[in-house]
Design a protein around this ligand. Sequence first.
Ligand code: C2O
Ligand code: CU
Ligand code: CU
Length: 503
Amino acid sequence: MAAATALAGTGWAAARVLLPAETTGELLTSAVPLPRPFTVPLPIPPAARPVGPGRYELVQRAARVEIIPGTTTEVWGFDGRFPGPTLELRSGTATTVRVRNELSVPTSTHLHGGVTPDDSDGYPTDLVVAEGRGYRPPPGMHGHHDPSLWSFHSGAKDYVYPVRQRAATLWYHDHRMDFTAPQVWRGLAGFALVRDDEDDALPLPKGERDIPVLICDRAFEEDGSFRYPSLDPSLLVRPGVADAYAEGVQGDVILVNGAPWPVLDVATARYRLRLLNGSNARRYRLELTGGARFVQIGSDQGLLAEPVTHSSITIVPGERFDVVVDFSEYAPGTELTMVNTLGEGLTRAVMRFRVTSRVRDDSRVPRRLSDLPSPDRSAAVTTRVFDFRRTRQASGAGWTINGLPYRPGIPLAEPRLGTAEVWRFTSDFHHPVHLHLAHFQVLSRGMRGPEAADAGLKDTVDVRPYEVVDVLVRFDGFRGRYMLHCHNLEHEDMAMMADFRIV
Ligand code: C2O
Ligand code: CU
Ligand code: CU
């Protein structure tokens, strides 16, 4: 990418043709000495403990944690953790999560993949501000001129999740206007797992062999703190990153569940890995050494109709792949490495599995997983086009949808509740396109049908340079104000977001 950027003056298209990059973003390197890969054990985030039936409370606060061995990093985490505690949700059981903010910045918490009423969806101007702290959006922020767009909760807000949706691997993260990227980078993200009877009844790996795997990249300063090219490190006044990073920030340290290149001891058994790309901008193409394969059983929104076997998986920011890996063929002592073939040097490594014990395993992957009809284009009542593109703005680099920077409160589309539409996404760079509330199935990529990795019900889709991706979206759940945006968080903060209203 460095070379592509050097050519930027000659025109983006030319640079792209000469150097077809597989990821959009710039590498930010660390100043701290990096640890040897595969020395730190894989942490498993603890489950959040309910404070009452269907009630949780999470506190956003700063904490010092050891990420790079021998040094400490201040994280901004839910309960001071990165990743935050895992929310265990049950399909059909309404759950309220009180989020208390004790940070120096406002926050908005979004349940990514949740079918959530709009007032609990983490709208970017619906902010929680620490008790006793004032906050007014400064000029320069999107929507600052219109006070009616903003709401402020002092201390805490109750987010209400009806959880009327199927089992799936969701995640929650910050969604504050113009500052989502640096706030997620500092740690404001965690898993939310929805379980249901259908998924529970399958003979898939369970318990300690059902593992959430949040992959993200970061960079570190010499003193161990997170390095990030914010224009305003206080994150209070001026949004945005240094120009060189406008395409997205990619760190040189790969973290899994918050640990650098960790290692997990496994038995000779099947494991269910819930892969989540929680990076700001980095795309990964994951592969296992030793010929091991991923048997995909679910995507963003739960079980596939039937398993799909992949030797590599491309996962973009915000996306999830629910996979089973079978270690039963490997003798104790064998090491298998999960690599990212789009990375270079250390960013090629992700984590390692070390087979350490022999066990009997009666889990399996059934040939039929769920009832998920293939999408029917003729079910759509209309087609809408959303073009994701970099355009020159008066304010400098701008990421836009249909030529427009984000305008909170002004919907780009008003689909009707209970209907389906074809949404067509077109692009210049890599844009992982994400919809709040509504789930979709991929219909086509240009003249071709969906790829193997497009299977299932999704909320985030990999849209590659100069691609045309059609998805069939169903608008179910709630009327109200929702968002679609690019999940490259630097693009999102730099206005590649739009409202849609379900009417
Ligand atoms: Cu995961 Cu609107 O985001
Ligand atoms: Cu979302
Ligand atoms: Cu983008």
